[in-house]
Design a protein around this ligand. Structure first.
Ligand SMILES: [Zn+2]
Length: 697
């Protein structure tokens, strides 16, 4: 420790706590680099020598086993920064201070805060005061050096790997079906059974075009798929298990099966939060791409074709596009519809109409997630009718005959599977014999070894018996796939289908089950017209288009002529009167029904026709109260006079409510004693409607 160290430490520092920060970047370092950890704890003595009490020294070692490359998830470092910034730290101790943070940004921030909070920094070389320019320069330099060191280290490692990869010599764990030979070259796995099975997988995919179907065929045929164990006691062994969907996808996506050595298909990026994110790169950006660098199972063209097919079927499949089971409700295609615009599964909505439940297919998943209107909505009734017609047309004896012939061809393939299964039995037998030989060779005196081997032998024998039994069972099942009786039953069903389908007693749910047996999914797009793309089980496809249905209001739109008529009639008649007039002249609404006053009212509103009230007011007619005050009469008198024809009133509703004509110079006067019935009526200034105005007083 240098002499000036003591000069930098002031009583104000000693009053505060000393923080000893300890870190080892990996767990392995924590265990193996004990010496370094000891040295880190040893710094405590330095602090005591400088005047801190032992109980004033706080050790922060929660970051043991965390990398220093970023402070994001190093709780300890964050705590240290907090303590310093709160002014609680008199000094920060670290083995090589630059170890505090290996990221320049974190380090400089800490220096900044230490300078502001008047906190010292101590490492094995001495004490630094970040507030002093010289010390700060030195510390900054140490931080930069430390980061550079990390960079060089990484560059060297990475550079070596990349160079080897560029030459195609980098050792990468070979995928199943490949192995390294004695010279370090990649060859096809010498195990014929593995080779055969992998070839069968590619063949099956080529035939079916779907990873799912490939899995199904393997499972149905009882063919197992190899997998190599990469760690643990059985490292390097091959185990045979059921083929999984993800395995098929992995094989199809792996360019090595096409004989291509590739490296750098992904890029790992560290996010702001310190999380690593793996990004899949497009082929142009792969680091290494060496075609024909080793033997292959498929050609590169075939590899690309496979991926293309996968992408195509991905349009119809996917996580949130799973089918739902048939439910009640008349919509035939429930759970089968895929949106042709965005590829999501469409859902169903029912509307209650006079004719019953009316289905509508809606793509709303994205809309719900992004709070937007549905992607598309398609009225279901017409769609269902078209699909139902199509099914009746397609499910007929001739079509089934073809299907049955195809089935027969499949029979031939069963024999291929049979051969592979037989190999499995033979392998089991070979292993059993091997175990037997091993048991025979052991010295009988060596009881312990002999016992173990005997157990092993027994196990192998059991496995053999099992394999054999399974093989026989499968063989039996395969043979049963076809017989005349079943064939006849299927044909009978084809005859029966139209009758069953049309039978009103058949429930919607059963109809939907039938559809599901026949149809894989239906993709819909609505633009100028509705396009349905049906995929049938077994690969056939059909495209149908149907016109967009009229919108509901278009269906009962009233003739423009009638609207004109109503506009005219509003000058002289109320809604009820107009309805009567129109009905009498033989006009009918867009729905073919008789007009009612409510209907006329709706049309007036919908077509924004001027109301009768406004029309009459525009002619200068007065309301009851205006009239009463104009004539200095009681409103009731106005009504009475109107009833006796002394005043002219015009109804503007069917109640009726009236507006009154202001009479000219001949204003009727109050004439007590003269009978109302004898008085002379006034002449109207307005055109008269079909019905005379009547007014009950
Ligand atoms: Zn959509």
């Amino acid at each position: 420790m240098r002499a000036d160290a003591h000069q930098k430490v002031k009583p104000s520092h000693l009053k505060r706590t000393a923080y000893l920060y300890i870190r080892q970047s990996t767990l392995r370092q924590v265990f193996e680099n004990v010496e370094s950890t000891k040295r880190q704890y040893g710094l405590r003595q330095h602090a005591v020598a400088l005047g801190w009490q032992p109980d004033q020294i706080v050790v922060i070692d929660t970051d043991l086993g965390q990398s220093g490359a970023s402070a994001a998830d190093r709780e300890g470092f964050q705590r240290l920064v907090t303590e310093v910034s709160l002014g609680r730290a008199g000094i920060v101790l670290g083995l090589e201070v630059s170890r505090l943070a290996r990221n320049s940004m974190d380090w400089h921030r800490l220096l900044e805060i230490c300078a502001l909070a008047d906190t010292l920094i101590l490492d094995e070389d001495g004490v630094y005061d970040p507030a002093h320019f010289n010390d700060r320069l030195l510390l900054g330099l140490k931080g930069t050096m430390s980061e550079a060191e990390l960079h060089v280290l990484r560059a060297r490692l990475q550079g070596g790997i990349l160079n080897k990869a560029r030459r195609g010599e980098l050792f990468l764990r070979p995928p199943i079906g490949f192995a390294y030979d004695a010279l370090g070259g990649v060859v096809l796995d010498p195990d014929q059974q593995i080779q055969h099975t992998i070839r069968m997988l590619f063949d099956t995919f080529q035939r079916t075009g779907s990873a799912m179907a490939t899995v199904r065929e393997f499972r149905n045929a009882g063919v197992r798929f190899p997998r190599r164990i990469h760690s643990g006691p059985g490292k390097g062994d091959v185990i045979w298990g059921k083929l999984e969907h993800s395995q098929v996808l992995r094989l199809l996506h792996n360019p090595r099966y096409a004989g291509v050595f590739v490296y750098g298909r992904t890029r790992t990026r560290k996010g702001v939060d310190g999380e690593c994110r793996v990004q899949h790169l497009p082929r142009e950006e792969w680091h290494t791409f060496l075609p024909e660098s080793h033997p292959a199972y498929i050609s590169w063209q075939e590899y690309e074709r496979n991926l293309k097919r996968l992408r195509e079927s991905a349009q119809a499949m996917g996580l949130e596009r799973r089918k739902s089971p048939p439910r009640e409700g008349p919509a035939l295609l429930q759970g089968l519809i895929v949106c042709g615009k965005c590829g999501r599964r469409m859902t169903l909505r029912y509307h209650v109409r006079q004719a019953g439940l009316c289905p509508e297919y809606v793509c709303q998943r994205k809309g719900i997630e992004n709070a937007e209107p549905p992607c598309q909505r398609i009225p279901g009734a017409e769609v269902d009718r078209v699909v139902s017609d199509l099914l009746l047309e397609l499910v007929n004896p001739v079509a089934l005959e073809v299907a049955l012939t195809v089935q027969q061809e499949l029979q031939a393939r069963l024999e291929e599977s049979d051969r592979l299964r037989k190999q499995h039995v033979e392998r089991a037998r070979y292993e059993a014999e091997l175990a037997q030989r091993r048991y025979m060779r052991v010295d009988p005196e060596n009881r312990l070894v002999a016992d173990t081997l005997e157990v092993d032998w027994n196990q192998k024998l059991r496995a053999l018996a099992e394999a054999q039994e399974q093989y026989e069972q499968r063989r039996e099942q395969d043979r049963q796939v076809f017989n005349e009786e079943q064939r006849a039953a299927i044909m009978a069903l084809a005859q029966d289908f139209p009758r069953l389908w049309r039978d009103p007693a058949t429930e919607d749910r059963d109809r939907k089950r039938m559809i599901r047996l026949l149809v894989e999914d239906v993709t819909m797009v609505r633009s100028q017209e509705i396009t349905l793309h049906l995929r049938f089980r077994g690969g056939a496809a059909r495209t149908v288009t149907l016109p967009n249905p009229l919108r509901s209001w278009e269906g009962w739109m009233t003739d423009a002529e009638v609207v004109d008529q109503i506009d005219q009639l509003l000058n002289v008649q109320t809604f009820g009167e107009i309805a009567a007039t129109l009905n009498a002249s033989g006009f009918r609404s867009g729905k073919g029904q008789r007009f009612t006053s409510r209907y006329i009212a709706r049309i007036q509103k919908q077509y924004a026709l001027r109301s009768r009230f406004d029309r009459l007011r525009a002619l200068g007619l007065l309301t009851l109260h205006e009239m009463a005050s104009a004539l200095s009469l009681h409103p009731r008198t106005v009504k009475t006079w109107t009833a006796y024809g002394l005043l002219k009133a015009h109804a503007y509703t069917d109640k009726p409510e009236h507006l009154y004509e202001l009479v000219g110079p001949n204003v009727p006067r109050k004439a007590q004693g003269v009978k109302l019935s004898l008085r002379r009526p006034t002449a109207s200034v307005l055109p008269q409607g079909s019905k005379e105005v009547q007014c009950e007083a």
